[in-house]
Design a protein around this ligand. Sequence first.
Ligand SMILES: Nc1ncnc2c1ncn2[C@@H]1O[C@H](COP(=O)(O)OP(=O)(O)OP(=O)(O)O)[C@@H](O)[C@H]1O
Ligand SMILES: [Mg+2]
Length: 301
Amino acid sequence: MPRWGSETVAHDPAAQNGTALNGGSAANAAQAQAQGEVLIRARGVNVAFGAKKILENLSLDVRRGEILGFVGPSGAGKSVLLRTILGLNPKQGGKIEVFGIDYHQASEREKLSVERRWGVLFQQGALFSALTVAENIEVPMREYLDLSPKLMRELTRLKIDLVGLAPDAADKYPSELSGGMIKRAALARALALDPEIVFLDEPTSGLDPIGAADFDQLIMTLRDTLGLSVYMVTHDLDSLFQACDRIAVLGDRKVLIEGPLSTMLQSDHPWVRSYFHGKRARTVVTDHGTAAQPMPSDGAA
Ligand SMILES: Nc1ncnc2c1ncn2[C@@H]1O[C@H](COP(=O)(O)OP(=O)(O)OP(=O)(O)O)[C@@H](O)[C@H]1O
Ligand SMILES: [Mg+2]
């Protein structure tokens, strides 16, 4: 069974049930696509560690207001690309513009202005273990803003509320939180500076299906209410089917294919096909009510 229940909504506009939230999603996605404003533009990116090439001639766009799902085999380089976009990995070639600025070539001042406009939830080490949740959320505020302790505390309280944590989570340490609460707290920290785009690396991994569905719903709500753009690295088929407006697949060191779910379902690339038409996917697809047919040459039931 896919992890969303009957009350949740489908990605495909044709299959939507008309809830206000979902209507908003569709409208936002359509608006963003109509606007076509590209927030992240990667062209011809090459990244290698020593002789080992990880990314080669990779190109990708992320548009304002969309939730882009980024998938690919484990070890393909999804986190490396994310870290490269964020300037944490050097690249050997190509260009990455963020908000129209070539971050890798930017002055310190320009870099700061870009960093204030994005938020990140890393795959590893989501929170500082020696700091409380509130202190974790305050880290970017201290780094980039000059706020009074009182105002910081107030903003932190709002972020905690925004991600659906109880107020008393503020003074807890990460070791006192469940996995789902840690993800939410890390999201609150990623949202600390009211970013225009958040980068999420496997945000639902390790969550139970209901917790993961709740997290996806939260991301969609934030996209709809705050106009947030989302770059989400994920292996989670449910997230891809439920939450993502577009999907990009990393393989052979580059983006093999990008587009809406329907494009993925029609692709005959072997990895894309086995991922989106594999046994696990088929359960999701069938329950989802979209393109439940196996590929024409796919003999398996
Ligand atoms: N700093 C580094 N130095 C050397 N090799 C690295 C470094 N960072 C990543 N790699 C290598 O780059 C490759 C891609 O790693 P990456 O973490 O991007 O994979 P991924 O697609 O995110 O996988 P997963 O889905 O398992 O998270 C791996 O072979 C990894 O060992
Ligand atoms: Mg990774």
